[in-house]
Design a binder for this molecule. Structure first.
Ligand code: FE2
Ligand code: FE2
Length: 459
């Protein structure tokens, strides 16, 4: 006769009676996963600006957020497993940390992808699976639940990495270079006893370290050569989207260009987060979530133009000016103030996110409307995030923080003058409207300049 499943359906009586890992060895492994997740998050933040390939920036944005979330889940579980919990802000193992330092010392995109996605993440996934299988399914259900979620998401990450590495190694030379770096990183990981730390240590000596010099972060945002207009700082869509008398379809086109430009926000946030001093872990979760949202906003624009058959990397001058300004001319706190000042101004019904959503509706453009709908929801969340972590960290009032943001936004504009001769400063909007909408732009042409009205108007 069929029985109601016992043990809440987790496993059979036999499976629950198998001896799994004890509390101490479980905690020892979890602490290593949390450290790896933290260092992977930091690595993604350090790489987001100097890595030119757009698609890599997209993935680094997602993966930094997932790593922050995974570390939060592991930290919470560790805190449940008897007191006192081990420290999670110091490396659990110098050899493991040395491996992570080597990975960070990658010299270009090929090595970055090979080290993280060709070695560390597959090894992490294997260790998570092995741990999941070894843990007792009943007594350590809380850990297994966390591991299961991590495995699911890490599988997706590793799949992206495999495909990215295959794309980057399409020549024998690239394959040889990737292979050499993979062997280098593998040697350092093996010397740490693998991800779990319990694998037998090899006899062979380590290859010479690449990471002997102290790591110098590079927060200058880069675009690959497909972005032919990346040094043209004229970006009329900022103005077009808010100008009275412009028809809704032209305004909506401008809004979608503005979304596509938003990769400069993850770039600016990567530096704010990476340079933040000793914040509670929730800071990293919230801020990396916002970073990922901003990358998604840029991806919304890309999706919109792919659908229209517009070669958006070439036809829209997607300059990294905002990130250049914030990353090179302002302190992390000043940069956060600029970000918060802009985002709280987007809450105005008259010309903020609600207005943008309404415009896309007036244009009877369901895809743009959906994008603006979620963009609006995300930005409401970001205002809370900015208030929680920006204003609080500044130690000044919200009004003072906004005033600081306004001042820094305007003052940092002049920084772009240093880069303006790298490309032609031209108003591309009339030709773009003609090409995409098949009509003349209603925007007066004499309004185009390299100053950015978003940061000047209507605070
Ligand atoms: Fe955004
Ligand atoms: Fe935002």
């Amino acid at each position: 006769m069929p029985q109601i499943p016992p043990l809440a359906g987790l496993c059979t009586y036999e499976e629950a009676a198998r001896i799994g890992l004890d509390v101490d060895s479980t905690v020892a492994r979890l602490v290593r996963y949390a450290w790896i997740a933290k260092r992977l998050m930091e690595t993604a933040l350090y790489w987001l600006n100097p890595t030119p390939e757009w698609e890599v920036k997209e993935a680094l944005s997602l993966h930094a957020y997932l790593d922050a979330e995974h570390a939060a889940l592991i930290r919470a579980r560790v805190a449940e497993m008897r007191n006192p919990p081990p420290r999670l802000d110091v490396p659990p193992d110098a050899a493991l940390d040395a491996c992570l330092d080597e990975i960070l010392a990658a010299e270009d995109t090929l090595e970055k992808i090979a080290g993280v996605y060709g070695v560390l993440r597959p090894a992490l996934l294997a260790a998570l699976r092995e741990h999941y299988a070894a843990a007792n399914p009943l007594v350590d259900h809380p850990t297994r639940r966390v591991l299961r979620l991590l495995i699911l998401e890490q599988e997706d990450i590793v799949a992206w990495g495999e495909a990215a590495l295959a794309a980057l190694t399409d020549t024998p030379e690239a394959q040889a270079r990737a292979g050499a770096w993979i062997a280098h990183v593998q040697a350092y990981l093996a010397a740490a006893g693998g991800v779990s730390g319990v694998e037998p240590l090899p006899e062979a000596a380590l290859p010479p370290s690449r990471a002997r010099r102290p790591f110098q972060p590079d927060f200058f945002p880069r675009r690959d050569e497909r972005f032919t207009g990346q040094w043209n700082f004229v970006f009329p869509p900022h103005e077009v989207a808010r100008t009275d008398g412009i028809p809704a379809d032209e305004k909506t086109l401008a809004l979608m260009c503005k979304r596509t430009l938003e990769m400069d926000v993850p770039e600016a946030m990567a530096r704010i987060i990476a340079e933040a001093e000793r914040q509670p872990w929730q800071y990293y979760v919230d801020m990396c979530r916002q970073l990922w949202d901003e990358a998604r906003h840029a991806m919304m624009g890309a999706v919109y133009f792919e659908r229209l058959g517009v070669d958006w990397r070439r036809e829209i001058p997607l300059h990294p000016g905002f990130a250049i300004r914030l990353n090179t001319a302002l302190s992390p706190l000043e940069a956060h103030a600029v970000l918060y000042t802009i985002e709280q101004s987007l809450m105005r019904a008259t010309d903020g996110k609600k207005y943008e959503w309404r415009i896309a509706g007036e244009a009877a453009d369901p895809l743009a409307r959906l994008f603006q709908d979620y963009d609006w929801a995300d930005e409401v969340l970001h205002v809370h995030t900015g208030r929680k972590w920006g204003v609080a960290a500044a130690g000044i009032s919200r009004e003072q923080f906004i005033a600081l943001g306004q001042k820094c936004a305007v003052e940092s504009e002049q920084v772009l003058a240093q880069y303006a001769d790298r490309g032609e400063q031209v108003n591309w909007w009339p030709a773009f409207v003609r090409r995409v909408l098949g009509k003349e732009s209603a925007m007066p042409t004499d309004t185009a300049s390299t100053t950015d009205p978003v940061y000047r108007k209507g605070y």
